[in-house]
Each structure stands twice: as structure tokens, then as C-alpha cells.
Design a protein around this ligand. Structure first.
Ligand SMILES: *Cc1c(COP(=O)(O)O)cnc(C)c1O
Length: 374
């Protein structure tokens, strides 16, 4: 289109992908994919090459998170959304408490709340951009909250609430895992998907589970509750221990995930990855601070996500218009979460994103807005 403002080449990022998921896939991951042909791609997931690939990923996640004795890494098909239903069948004994302060936390709350075999859930809410923390409550056997609420860019602590007895803590780390430090012993279940901080594709779920979570999975499986096989975490446990999945996984996704884990571990581990994302999000937050037409959406600095930065724009700057020009210049996916309905940008800065590219992104926005406002 002719009305597109062309951004000078020297201002443009090397890579213009800033999505919150799917997110930037690195060249090294694609090189790993190419290197796996011929080889693991297009071969049976029941044979050693793919089993070893799954085994590598489970071992690397164990290393990345320095997992305490008895913790295990499970995986299966269906992404984090499927995991919510699996949790409703295989983790919640009777009644869950959820913290809902955005789209994803609310969706998991709905999954257990509407499950006919469970009591209505206790749902603690906070407005978008804020957080609410789990707290001990009688009759609750599972406490669930998101580590990073990707829809709003708010991050919550991962801390086991006091006085919850043998209740489980189940943390949605879909966008936090791989990009944010955590004391994993505070979570009984820390689950995620590969298309965010691990820069791979969607469609799988991973869950780091504690001995208490494994005991709960086994207890519920033995209880006689009807559980669809694809939603059974007991079935996933058996398969994962054999470096298998119940049904066919996306092998290319696993290859890309392993490549990203190799890069993170070789570069210094979770601390390296978390620092890189924090540096990138710091660029966005500092820019929003000094720019007259922007305001950081999450007002409490302690709750600002280091991996997904949400910035409100002054009404004089139309987010959709700004993003239209950026996209035409190859800078994409900083759309706000659609249901939030704000004049906002949301920048995904997972570890794969180069902080220098984030510097370029804010320069590009300054350039465009100066042109758009004159
Ligand atoms: C993206 C996301 C999900 C959904 O993940 P899918 O793999 O697409 O099901 C759930 N929770 C959070 C926090 C997310 O960021």
C-alpha cells in the first residue's frame, strides 16, 4: 500500500518477530531441524532415535531447573490448554482454588469449575494488570495460578501458600518457563508448552511434577474415576518414563525444543535466559517511562513481566495504525491480547529475542509516531 511509512533500514531490527506465542524461532533451531534430515524426522516415535530425543529434552529440563530428588518431567500432546483438562481429571481430588487475573488463569479456573466430578472451584480474581495470590482455604486440595499471565503481562510469585497441608500447587508456566527464574520446590506441578520461551512450535505440553503430584496422579487413577485416556496423567507418567507419548508427537517441535535447551544450557542456563529476557523487557519499560505517549500497563513494578511487556498508548497514537505500519516493514506481532480491548502494544521478549532488536523496535516506534503525528 502506498500510504505505508517506510522505516529506514538502519533502524530496523535484524529479526522483527516479537510475538507472545508463537514466538520467534531462532536460526540455530532451524539449522538443527535441517541437520536432523535424514535422521530423526519421519521416523517412528517408538524407536530409539525419537525416544532419545525425548530423553534428551527430559534430561535437559531436569538440568535447567536443577530438579530436586524425585521430581520428574512429563509430556504429552495438546498444549497447555489440554493440560488444564488433564489436571481437572488427574490432579484435582475434589476442589481447586484458582487465581484468575487474565485470560489464561480464567480459562483453567473455568475448566475445573465446570467439571461435573468436582466441586465448584474457589476463584480469586484481580483486574487485568494486577495479580492475586493463592491463600489457604478449607477443603481445597489444589491451588492453581499462572506464573506469567501472558494476556496482561503480569507476573506472580511462585510461593507455596502457608498452611495448605498436602494440597498441591499447580503453576501455569506456559510463558514463564525458560525465561524466568523459579524455586521449583515451591511448585508441585510447573507446566508449559514449547512455543513461548522455548521458541519452538505449539501442540505439546510439558510438566515438571513433584513426588506429591505423582502420588496424587496415582491416587486418583486408582480411585475408579472415569478418565479419558488422552487426559490421564497416569498414562502420561508411564509413557514419559519410557520417553514416549500416548500418541504421535510432532517430532520437528521436539527437535527445535532440544536445540533451544542446548543453547540455553551452553550459554549459562536459566539465569542466562532470564537475564536476557529481563534486559529486553527493561528496554521496553525504560522506553515507556521516558516516552510521553506511552504508559506501562502493569502499574506495580514488581508485577511487570520480564518476558511479555504491555504498554498502553496515549489516545493520540492508534495502536492498530502503528502496528499496521510496523508489520508492513517486517516488524510483527506486538498486538495486545484481543479480549483486553485496549489501545496497547504487547511485546514478547522471550530469550530467543536479541535485546539489540528490542532497542531497534522502540526506535522504529519513535520514528513512526513522529511521522504519524505530524
Ligand atoms: C499460551 C498460554 C496458554 C495456552 O497454551 P496452548 O499451548 O496454546 O494451549 C496457557 N497459559 C498461558 C499462561 C499461556 O501463555
Amino acid at each position: 500500500m502506498t500510504d505505508i511509512i517506510e522505516i529506514p533500514a538502519h533502524l530496523l531490527p535484524q529479526d522483527g518477530r516479537f510475538g507472545s506465542g508463537p514466538s520467534k524461532v531462532s536460526d540455530a533451531q532451524i539449522a538443527a531441524l535441517v541437520a536432523s534430515q535424514p535422521g530423526v524426522l519421519g521416523t517412528s516415535h517408538r524407536q530409539p532415535p525419537v525416544k532419545n530425543l525425548v530423553g534428551d529434552i527430559r534430561a535437559m529440563l531436569t538440568e535447567l531447573y536443577a530438579l530436586p530428588e524425585g521430581y520428574e518431567v512429563l509430556l504429552g500432546n495438546g498444549g497447555s490448554t489440554l493440560f488444564w483438562d488433564a489436571a481437572a481429571f488427574s490432579l484435582v481430588r475434589e476442589r481447586a482454588q484458582h487465581c484468575a487475573f487474565g485470560e489464561f488463569g480464567s480459562k483453567f479456573a473455568k475448566a475445573t469449575d465446570s467439571a461435573p466430578h468436582l466441586a465448584a472451584s474457589s476463584i480469586l480474581t484481580a483486574p487485568a494488570g494486577e495479580i492475586v495470590l493463592p491463600r489457604a482455604e478449607d477443603g481445597i486440595d489444589t491451588y492453581a495460578w499462572p506464573h506469567n499471565e501472558t494476556s496482561t503481562g503480569a507476573i506472580a510469585p511462585v510461593e507455596r501458600p502457608a498452611d495448605i497441608g498436602d494440597a498441591l500447587t499447580v503453576v501455569d508456566a506456559t510463558s514463564a518457563a525458560g525465561g524466568v527464574r523459579v524455586d521449583i520446590a515451591q511448585a508441585d506441578v510447573y507446566y508449559f508448552a514449547p512455543q513461548k520461551s522455548f521458541a519452538s512450535d505449539g501442540g505439546l505440553w510439558f510438566a515438571i511434577v513433584s513426588p506429591a503430584a505423582i502420588a496424587r496422579i496415582e491416587e486418583i487413577a486408582a480411585s475408579g474415576r472415569w478418565i479419558p485416556e488422552s487426559l490421564s496423567l497416569a498414562v502420561a507418567l508411564t509413557n514419559s518414563r519410557a520417553n514416549q507419548t500416548l500418541n504421535t508427537p510432532a517430532i520437528a517441535t521436539l527437535v527445535m525444543m532440544r536445540a533451544q535447551l542446548e543453547w540455553m544450557i551452553a550459554s549459562g542456563g536459566l539465569g542466562f535466559a532470564a537475564d536476557r529476557s529481563a534486559r529486553s523487557s527493561g528496554v521496553v519499560y525504560d522506553w515507556a517511562e521516558r516516552t510521553p505517549w506511552t504508559e506501562t500497563f502493569v502499574t506495580n513494578p514488581a508485577h511487570r513481566s520480564p518476558v511479555v511487556a504491555t504498554i498502553d498508548l496515549h489516545q493520540s497514537v492508534d495502536s492498530a495504525e502503528l502496528r499496521r505500519h510496523l508489520r508492513a516493514n517486517g516488524v510483527v506481532d506486538i498486538d495486545p491480547y484481543r479480549k483486553l480491548g485496549r489501545n496497547q502494544i504487547r511485546v514478547g521478549v522471550y530469550p530467543a529475542v536479541d535485546p539489540r532488536d528490542v532497542e531497534s523496535l522502540v526506535q522504529c516506534m519513535d520514528y513512526l509516531v513522529e511521522k504519524l503525528l505530524t
